[in-house]
Design a protein around this ligand. Structure first.
Ligand SMILES: Nc1ncnc2c1ncn2[C@@H]1O[C@H](COP(=O)(O)OP(=O)(O)O)[C@@H](O)[C@H]1O
Ligand SMILES: N[C@@H](CCC(=O)OP(=O)(O)O)C(=O)O
Length: 379
């Protein structure tokens, strides 16, 4: 691939609306010596500039264990899981405090979100986390996400916030996942042990060659490049591109936004919405069904609109929020499939209900749509 082609792909980054930025332990903690506050201030300043340019940013930040070790005066990373968990709990306070302080200079609020992989594999919790994150983004708040180390142990063992970053990119349908790390990007081999290794500028996330080049990580984060390349393939499932890049490069985020060729860009094969719709269309097993009136079918087919409760005349079978349901016309023909925002019991309460009546009928409003158009495949 030519340098001009790389340049072209990088120019497109300015158009990526929603960014997930993951910062690893090695960077955040000056290789274990407390929090790297000047680095943090610089990334925060750059993120504030991205927000001012109309981008949305979710931060996935490691560093709690390393900061906890410093606060507790521990020189060596403990072996015992419960000690690591304790360090993470202590360090998380320092981490969020540092972000809150740095962002307050830009008059931006931050929000702490602690997640586990399980939260994201349970459809209901997935949708709840998604609604909260979307609301925070709408409010202009910067969510700061880390693993909930008190209740899970896999990640502090494997240093796998890279995977969490990818799952968050899936969750909020991000356009771009940026993984900031202590190397310039993905090299043909681990540059720590192979001085002839070359930096890869660009490739498809699905290319299996990259996984073969990636090795393990350092003493702090420990995920290494393996988890970063795997994260790129996960992010690609919802259509997000991934950039693995050196966080110590001066003004790295600003320069990426300006189209400079830095780090390694691993491209998704499909656009985000297309990828998600294919996933929905491929779901043979639907849970229950909604029966739509003719007006709703027309809005879906001709207008590419979301399905609103007012156009739903019946809800059959059993389904819960976040499952794929079949949408049929009143003659029983399948017209669409989609991820439903309400359980069957809730749906029954809001059949034929206008948006303005949802709160009275339900006592709350999860979303105004029964199925959002991004989560709907019209057949
Ligand atoms: N092919 C590769 N290219 C670049 N770095 C690699 C490669 N294989 C292994 N690594 C190692 O991965 C490390 C980064 O991963 P890690 O220590 O987990 O960082 P982070 O804390 O940012 O997640 C690098 O310091 C490097 O030694
Ligand atoms: N939750 C832990 C995760 C550690 C982790 O994943 O580290 P890294 O591989 O550097 O991103 C922490 O904050 O220390």
């Amino acid at each position: 691939m030519s340098a001009e082609q790389w340049q072209e792909s990088r120019k497109r980054l300015a158009g990526a609306k929603r960014w997930v930025i993951k910062i690893g332990s090695a960077l955040l903690t000056n290789d274990g010596q407390g929090l790297n506050r000047s680095g943090m201030q610089s990334w925060v300043d750059q993120i504030a500039a991205l927000l001012a340019q109309g981008h949305e940013v979710v931060l996935v930040s490691s560093g709690s264990v390393a900061e906890g070790m410093t606060r507790l005066g521990w020189k060596k990373r403990p072996e015992q899981i419960h000690q690591l968990q304790a360090a993470a709990a202590v360090g998380q306070m320092g981490l969020v405090h540092a972000y809150e302080t740095a962002f307050s200079g830009h008059k931006r609020h931050t929000a702490q979100i602690l997640l586990t992989h399980d939260d994201l594999s349970d459809r209901k919790r997935y949708l709840n986390a998604r609604s909260t994150l979307r609301t925070l983004l709408d409010l202009g708040v910067v969510p700061v996400i880390n693993e909930n180390d008190t209740v899970v142990t896999d990640e502090i063992c494997f240093g796998d916030n890279d995977t969490l970053g990818a799952l968050v990119a899936n969750l909020i349908e991000a356009d771009l996942l940026v993984i900031l790390t202590d190397q310039q990007g993905l090299f043909t081999a681990d540059p720590r042990s192979n001085p002839n290794a070359e930096l890869i500028a660009e490739g498809q996330a699905s290319n299996p060659q990259f996984a073969a080049m990636a090795g393990g990580g350092g003493a702090l984060g420990r995920g290494g490049m393996v988890t970063k390349v795997r994260a790129a393939t996960l992010a690609a499932r919802s259509g997000a591109d991934t950039l693995i890049v050196g966080g110590r490069i001066e003004n790295v985020l600003t320069r990426l936004r300006a189209g400079e060729v830095l780090g390694t860009l691993l491209l998704a094969d499909k656009e985000p919405v297309v990828a998600r719709k294919q996933w929905i269309a491929g779901h043979l097993q639907t849970h229950g069904e909604l029966v739509l009136d003719d007006g709703a079918i027309k809005a879906l087919r001709d207008g590419g609109r979301s399905l609103l409760p007012i156009g739903v005349v019946a809800a059959n079978g059993r389904f819960s929020r976040g499952q794929v349901v079949a949408c049929r016309n009143q003659q029983g023909e399948l017209v669409a499939k989609g991820l439903v925002n309400y359980s069957r019991d809730e749906a029954l309460k809001i059949l034929r209900t206008p948006t303005s009546g949802l709160e009275q009928a339900l006592g709350f409003v999860a979303e105004p749509e029964m199925i959002h158009r991004d989560n709907l495949v019209v057949l």
